[in-house]
Design a protein around this ligand. Structure first.
Ligand SMILES: [Zn+2]
Length: 95
């Protein structure tokens, strides 16, 4: 028998029972897949809003900086943006 522990959903704040093994892996943060999906939608929405603000505020300057990059620098820049924005989403599907 797997041991379980009481957890509180980080999205809807409802208590639920999680497996201790999942908690140790940093999973079991949400009571359901839909709650986990909700947090990801929220995060993605914030990211889109952030990018819009960035483009609006630095219109021109940002464009010129980007245009001055070599393609290698540009790819590196994009990779850094990716690694930042996907931080915490490890793709294991654990919850
Ligand atoms: Zn929940």
């Amino acid at each position: 028998m797997a041991s379980t522990v009481e957890r509180k959903c980080q999205w809807c704040k409802e208590p639920f029972t999680a497996r201790t093994a999942d908690v140790k892996r940093g999973w079991a943060r949400f009571c359901s897949k839909s709650c986990k999906a909700s947090t990801q939608e929220k995060r993605n929405g914030q990211h889109r809003a952030f990018m819009r603000t960035l483009n609006a505020e630095q219109d021109g300057q940002f464009e010129n900086e980007y245009a001055g990059m070599t393609s290698a620098e540009r790819m590196h820049h994009e990779a850094m943006m990716d690694s930042t924005t996907t931080h915490g989403q490890d793709g294991t599907g654990g919850w």
